[in-house]
Design a protein around this ligand. Structure first.
Ligand code: HEM
Length: 491
């Protein structure tokens, strides 16, 4: 063999040896777990990467192999998919399984080690520091802001009245983003929003496409340079938000009397203030860490909430009896008054909360949650050896017919007062120590936006009938939009 031939063959041989070594190393512990047969080096990437809709493929595996199955996406580690409630509980409750799975590494260039992606002491410290920013009393302060942006949304939706079919998602998406981000409001094309979409697409592709999954081959794709450009814009943007807030605090002080606009900025960024004050008082947190948290919250707080609101509106449009019951509840709270909802009013919307919960069951905005196993772990007869990734397959977990009879049916009564406790069979906000820090905030915002829309518009099924095509392994979306019809409500 020539020297050139040897140079080309040697790396492939090394990769093959490494793959077989790791494959058999893990396989002896997880051979009782079924799954599709992998190919050397690329594992099962060829089976998932080539199709646009991984979620459907995973559901296919769930059907074929059961509620615990294995897949190999990466060069090194198997990924065990779980939609079994007992095993889910064992994983999410464990203090030994707090690290995120290998896939989350693709977020690092953007989010660094923010709350979603960080581990160990840094995560513990930041979680403790940021938890007070989500106290009920602080959240109450956001209600006026929700109302203000709800009014902008009503104006936009008013222009769609009478059309046979309106995709509701882009309207909700833009309002949720704008509400979180003052500077995006100044940018009518919302460059920031578009760049967030682009980075999510890049991260998603990296989790599923052979050419993009490996660092070495990724270097030669067009996404490599695009990602750098997108990150420059996103990080500059966030740094700008932080710098202007720092300046305001320096000029006015946190407690100084403020104009309406200033108060609003402060409310919207109160978790940022928490970090800036912590630093001011001598706490150790770098500017880079603050930036990572702001990016993390902007991501976690937007796309999830926009997805949840849009799917709930779609469910309401297609379930007129449920919509009517929500309207009766709203009438009992507001009577004939046109006033905006207060935080007390939002807390009274018990049936609407059941509706939102049922929508989060059928359409969980985070359909997959990943963890990395750091210590050999045994749960309910399954071995999870150190080094494997596990994925809690929330989308499938939520359709367990033993907990949710007739699981495809939209039925808010499943969450009535006496039916509240679903344990680990229902986890739209995850559960255990790494659950969603923003869940109460999200529920308040969802109730505010949805009740405002329903008080002004009747939601009807679109013409022609619309069937969403679910997609998205990071955030659940519909490939063909979420279409409804809007009619001005007379009451
Ligand atoms: C309907 C809306 C929302 C849903 C369904 C949702 C769901 C989730 C889920 C499933 C996780 C766990 C992710 C994982 O382990 O990979 C999570 C974590 C997180 N969420 Fe949410 N979320 C929502 C809204 C929000 C909002 C509004 C915020 C902030 C304002 C937020 C901030 C976070 C953060 C920072 C984490 C990481 C927590 C940690 O690891 O300590 N989320 N969320």
């Amino acid at each position: 063999m020539s020297i050139v031939g040897a140079v080309l063959v040697a790396p492939v041989l090394i990769l093959l040896i490494r793959w077989f070594y790791l494959y058999y190393g893990f396989e002896k512990y997880i051979k009782n777990i079924p799954g599709p047969t992998p190919l050397p080096i690329i594992g099962n990437l060829h089976q998932f990467g080539a199709i646009a809709d991984e979620l459907t493929e995973f559901l296919g595996c769930r059907k074929k192999y059961g509620d615990v199955f294995k897949v190999r996406f990466s060069l090194d580690v198997p990924n065990i998919f779980i939609s079994n409630r007992k095993v889910t509980e064992g994983i999410l409750k464990s203090n030994n399984v707090l690290d995120k799975s290998t896939d989350y590494n693709f977020f690092h260039n953007w989010l660094g080690a923010g709350l979603l992606t960080s581990t160990d002491e840094k995560w513990k410290m930041h979680r403790k520091m940021l938890t007070p920013a989500f106290h009920f009393k602080i959240l109450e302060g956001f209600v006026d802001t929700f109302n203000k942006f709800g009014d902008i949304l009503l104006k936009r939706l008013g222009e769609e009245v009478g059309r046979p079919s309106v995709d509701i998602y882009p309207h909700i998406d833009i309002i949720v983003h704008l509400r979180h981000n003052l500077r995006a409001q100044e940018d009518s094309n919302s460059e920031y929003v578009n760049y967030v979409k682009e980075i999510l697409r890049i991260v998603y592709d990296r989790t599923s496409m052979i050419t993009k999954a490996f660092d070495l081959t990724y270097l030669f794709t067009s996404d490599f340079s695009l990602e750098r450009k997108v990150l420059r814009v996103l990080h500059n943007f966030t740094n700008g938000v932080i710098a202007s807030r720092k300046k305001e605090l320096a000029q006015n002080g946190a407690d100084s009397s403020e104009s309406d606009t200033e108060t609003e900025i402060k409310k919207r960024l109160s978790f940022l203030d928490t970090m800036l004050q912590y630093k001011e008082e001598g706490g150790i947190i770098s500017d880079e860490s603050i930036r990572e948290e702001v990016d993390t919250f902007m991501f976690e707080g937007h796309d999830t909430t926009a997805s949840a609101i849009s799917f709930t509106l779609f469910c309401l449009a297609n379930n007129p009896h449920v919509q009517e019951t929500v309207i009766q509840e709203l009438k009992s709270i507001f009577g004939d008054h046109k006033a905006d909802a207060s935080s007390h009013d939002l807390n009274e919307m018990k049936y609407l909360e059941m509706v939102i919960k049922e929508s989060l069951r059928l359409y969980p905005p985070v359909p997959l949650i990943g963890r990395h196993i750091l210590k050999d772990t045994e749960i309910d007869g399954y071995s999870f050896p150190k080094g494997v990734d596990v994925t809690i397959f929330v989308h499938a977990l939520h359709k367990d017919p033993t907990v949710f009879p007739n699981p495809e049916k939209f039925d808010p009564e499943r969450f009535s007062f006496e039916n509240q406790n679903k344990g680990y069979a229902y986890i739209p906000f995850s559960a255990g120590p790494r659950n969603c820090i923003g869940q109460k905030f999200a529920m308040l915002e969802m109730k505010s936006v949805i009740s405002k829309i329903l008080r002004n518009f009747e939601l009807l099924p679109s013409i022609p009938e619309h069937n969403p095509k679910l997609t998205g392994a990071i955030i659940l979306k519909s490939q063909n939009g979420l279409c409804v019809r809007l009619k001005k409500r007379k009451c």
